[in-house]
Design a protein around this ligand. Structure first.
Ligand code: SF4
Length: 353
């Protein structure tokens, strides 16, 4: 690794970042708590998606103390649609630990940060450098790609050593954000835009034969799934049920329905999910269909509308089921797939008003 270039690389990257950085709400804040929320939301999620969630979250929970005291249901409701809900549960857990052990503040040591739920190497490094201006590396997928190409490295150990050596001592937060921003906007996985890169003269990938290795996505087996959903309506309210606290989408509220087994029809699948309600329902029309992805499942979800016969008297089919009016839906943490299905229902209702 040509260490003599390091100071020139730092200088060029910081200059480029100062001139080109995107204006994002968390970059206007120096509050470590706000930076922690942003860094957590940005994991696995696009910047444009995060912005409104970040603003709403901070409006509702402006401090660690407010987050620690908030009901988990409200935290999850504000997270609805952002996916990877374990992040929201961990934020809440970590906030409670900070109130108990760290006087309601984000700890300022790397090891104390790493000991908190939901904080791994990357987030601890990002917080140390961006929130506390300490020279720790923060290596997300974008920074890893830039460093790998810049120094022609594939070994994780060498890459980490290079990142630790390279990080700016005077402006570590801006430097790490610059590296990630370069990866997000110029040093793209498949088509890096090398002529616009501030590091092109230092880049090993550029200097070898001018051809940059691109990053093929790891192949993960994708399963195509049909997942029928039921909008069950009774006196202007909709039936929601709560998922178990284990497994995917743990604890979220959703419309009844589920994965279609190989040998079952859509009707049989929905009837089994509606359980004791079956006799009271009029099997209604298909009002639309949505597409959704969860982990490695590519889901096709036809949505059906059921009306409960007004004369019937019954108990809800499960303990964790509830009739919810449209106006109180916002208070429920619902899965993204259910949100999409409810939009289909709302559009259908408009059509038939
Ligand atoms: S020159 Fe090209 S490959 Fe090298 S860091 Fe810049 S964009 Fe990436």
């Amino acid at each position: 690794m040509p260490q003599k270039n390091f100071s020139s690389i730092r200088r060029k990257l910081l200059r480029w970042y100062d001139q080109n950085r995107r204006d994002l709400p968390w970059r206007r804040s120096r509050d470590p708590y706000a930076i922690w929320i942003a860094e957590t939301m940005l994991q696995q999620t696009q910047v444009a998606t995060v912005v409104p969630y970040y603003e709403r979250f901070l409006e509702n929970f402006p401090t660690i103390d407010a987050l620690a005291r908030a009901p988990l249901r409200k935290v999850l409701a504000l997270w609805s649609g952002l996916g990877y809900y374990r992040r929201a549960r961990n934020l809440k857990l970590a906030a409670r630990i900070m109130v108990r052990r760290h006087a309601g503040l984000l700890p300022t040591s790397y090891d104390d940060l790493l000991a908190l739920p939901g904080i791994g190497d990357y987030t601890a490094g990002a917080l140390m450098s961006i929130a506390f201006q300490k020279p720790y590396p923060a290596i997300d997928g974008n920074a890893r790609r830039v460093l790998g190409r810049l120094f022609n490295l594939t070994s994780e150990k060498k890459l980490r050593a290079a990142a630790a050596e390279l990080v700016s001592r005077s402006r570590p937060g801006q430097f790490n954000q610059g590296l990630m921003e370069l990866g997000a906007t110029i040093c793209a996985p498949m088509k890096p835009c090398c002529p616009e890169c501030p590091l092109r003269c230092d880049c090993a990938a550029q200097n070898s034969d001018g051809r940059v290795a691109t990053t093929a996505k790891k192949y993960i087996g994708v399963k195509a799934v049909t997942w029928p959903l039921a909008v069950v309506r009774r006196r202007g309210k909709i039936l929601l049920r709560r998922r178990s606290t284990e497994g995917i989408l743990a604890g979220l509220w959703e419309l009844p329905g589920g994965e279609l087994g190989a040998s079952r029809s859509i009707r049989a699948c929905l009837e089994s999910h509606l359980g004791a309600l079956n006799g009271s329902l009029k099997f209604g029309p298909r009002i639309g269909e949505l597409r959704h992805g969860i982990t490695n499942r590519r889901i096709r979800a036809p949505v059906f509308l059921f009306d409960v016969r007004p004369e019937t008297d019954f108990h809800l089919p499960e303990l964790h089921s509830r009739w919810v009016s449209p106006s109180s839906l916002r208070g429920y943490p619902v899965s993204s797939m259910t949100l999409k299905a409810l939009r289909i229902f709302a559009a259908h209702e408009k059509t038939f008003l």
